[in-house]
Design a protein around this ligand. Structure first.
Ligand code: HEC
Length: 125
């Protein structure tokens, strides 16, 4: 019984580590140019309001109201990890998406709307 418990704990631990590694991986793939790109609307309150509208139209269905996530497959967008990446990283990820993991690409939105989304997320993080 004791050995079973240990095995289960080890399996849970390795699963958690694998998930952590997976969620880090897209930030390591951001090209240097995109990583360094500045948000033209950084700190602009009107852009944050516009971004919230775009968020409610396109993102809230998965990431939920206020970008708090659903506690499962759809992550909160207020996490430490997202606070740590650059605005350029976020805009790049929105363009790419990660379809294999259920995140669509938003490359069809106008570029300005992706920056507005980033501005909105920054305003609530
Ligand atoms: C159909 C559901 C769905 C929609 C709609 C959606 N997402 Fe996602 N999103 C996901 C999933 C699932 C992930 C996790 C993917 C992964 O692990 O790579 C994710 C991941 C992310 C991440 C990375 C989170 C992290 O911690 O690495 C960001 C940022 C993000 N989404 C922003 C958005 C924004 C902004 C929108 C609206 C334009 C949006 N998403 C719309 C499903 C969705």
């Amino acid at each position: 019984m004791k050995r079973q418990t240990t095995t289960i704990l080890l399996l849970l631990l390795s699963g958690t580590l694998a998930l952590a590694a997976a969620s880090h991986s897209h930030w390591e793939r951001v090209p240097a140019r995109d990583h360094a790109r500045a948000n033209p609307f950084a700190g602009n309150p009107a852009a944050a309001v516009a971004g919230e509208r775009v968020y409610n139209d396109h993102c809230a269905q998965c990431h939920k109201a206020g970008a708090r996530g659903d506690g499962g497959k759809h992550p909160s967008l207020r996490s430490e990890q997202l606070r740590a990446v650059t605005d350029g990283d976020l805009e790049w990820f929105l363009r790419q998406g990660d379809l294999a993991h259920g995140m669509p690409s938003w490359s069809s939105l106008p570029q300005a709307q992706r920056w507005q989304l980033v501005t909105y997320l920054r305003s609530i993080q």
